[in-house]
Write a protein that binds this ligand. Structure first.
Ligand code: HEC
Ligand code: HEC
Length: 304
């Protein structure tokens, strides 16, 4: 009896089909209908027309050939790029743009890392920011304006909310504007790392005036900061640090924490000013000694 079903090909085929099908339904189809298979972070927002247009530009230009948009849960990656990617971050990405090759860095946590000016300057000429960059320049994207009607259809097709005001905001905007807006959304559903308390309150710079620290600080400044603050800190996208009386009136501790934690828009600073935002945080890439060396270097510029 046991071997007999193998001698009946039609019955065998029916039994096999039924078994495989019921397995597939239980293991694949039913779970696909449950909400837990479609996670979505509560902080995740659908794209605005401008951001969606930027996402299209990203796809059109094959940025994913060189960039990934997913941080794996490995220590080295989290140290370099920030919090690892969550499944619930990609609910509105159809298709997702994770990519598989990193000729350039992962940009899953790009949003808010730099300000818009930085991105315009970088897309216009990546070599102006990183001398050895092999990223192509994308400044020409500013010659292409967006098509609000086309975007309205795209938004409807994806059933993203889209108000007339959102569409009006597209008027006169170029593909470059859209791409920059898209860059600022990347990873923004996951809060950025909390501030790092690397130093005690009122701690003074142990390397103040130290000649070696000043020369280390100069080198660190050239590799990490000159792209925004200019050569010799004379200013550019970020403020001139060389002759900033107000800056030099601040405590070492304030100075340290601006460099360690970066700035988000609208933070109150001493002297009643508010930050524009867009200064990246450095506590993940530079250790305490390096940040103090930078403080010593910048202080050494005073009055030069
Ligand atoms: C040939 C490979 C290549 C292509 C194509 C490419 N990039 Fe890059 N990208 C790089 C490299 C290498 C870097 C690192 C050096 C630099 O910043 O220029 C980089 C850096 C970046 C950065 C800065 C990352 C950071 O946090 O410092 C952003 C943002 C970026 N690319 C966006 C894009 C976008 C958007 C596109 C498509 C329009 C694109 N890239 C296409 C190679 C590429
Ligand atoms: C992506 C551009 C960018 C980079 C890179 C950058 N900064 Fe800044 N930085 C800014 C901006 C913009 C401000 C102004 C604060 C604001 O409005 O958010 C600023 C402010 C500062 C301030 C406070 C100045 C003031 O008057 O308030 C210090 C100090 C500073 N940066 C140091 C550094 C150091 C040191 C580095 C390198 C480790 C660095 N920055 C890298 C953009 C940048």
């Amino acid at each position: 009896m046991a071997g007999s079903i193998y001698k009946k090909p039609i019955l065998f085929a029916i039994v096999v089909t039924f078994t495989v099908l019921s397995g597939s339904i239980v293991m694949m189809l039913l779970p696909m209908m449950s909400d837990s298979m479609h996670p979505k972070l509560s902080t995740l927002k659908p794209y605005t027309p401008l951001q969606l247009a930027g996402r299209d530009v990203y796809q059109e230009n094959g940025c994913f050939y060189c960039h990934t948009q997913t941080v794996r849960p490995l220590k080295a990656e989290v140290m370099r790029y920030g919090e690892y990617s969550k499944a619930g971050e990609f609910a509105y990405d159809q298709p997702f743009l994770w990519g598989s090759r990193r000729i350039g860095p992962d940009i899953a946590r790009e949003g808010g890392k730099y300000n818009d000016d930085w991105h315009y300057k970088h897309f216009n000429d990546p070599r102006a920011m990183f001398a050895d960059s092999n990223m192509p320049a994308y400044g020409w994207l500013k010659d292409y304006t967006l098509d609000p009607q086309g975007m309205e259809k795209r938004m409807k097709a994806l059933s993203f909310p889209c108000t007339p005001a959102d569409l009006q905001a597209l008027a006169g905007k170029t593909k470059l504007d859209a791409l920059v807006a898209y860059m600022q959304t990347l990873g923004s559903a996951v809060p950025r790392k909390a501030e790092a308390a690397m130093i005690a309150q009122g701690e003074k710079n142990p390397l103040a005036g130290n000649a070696d620290a000043i020369s280390d600080g100069r080198k660190l400044f050239e590799t990490n900061c000159s792209a925004c603050h200019g050569i010799n800190a004379k200013g550019g996208i970020g403020p001139n640090l060389e002759n900033n009386e107000w800056l030099h009136a601040r405590s070492d501790e304030t100075f340290f924490s601006i460099i360690a934690n970066g700035t988000t828009a609208g933070q109150e600073l001493e002297g009643g000013k508010k930050t524009k935002g867009g200064m990246p945080s450095w506590h993940e890439t530079l250790d305490k000694k390096k940040i103090w060396s930078l403080v010593s270097y910048i202080r050494s510029l005073k009055g030069k």
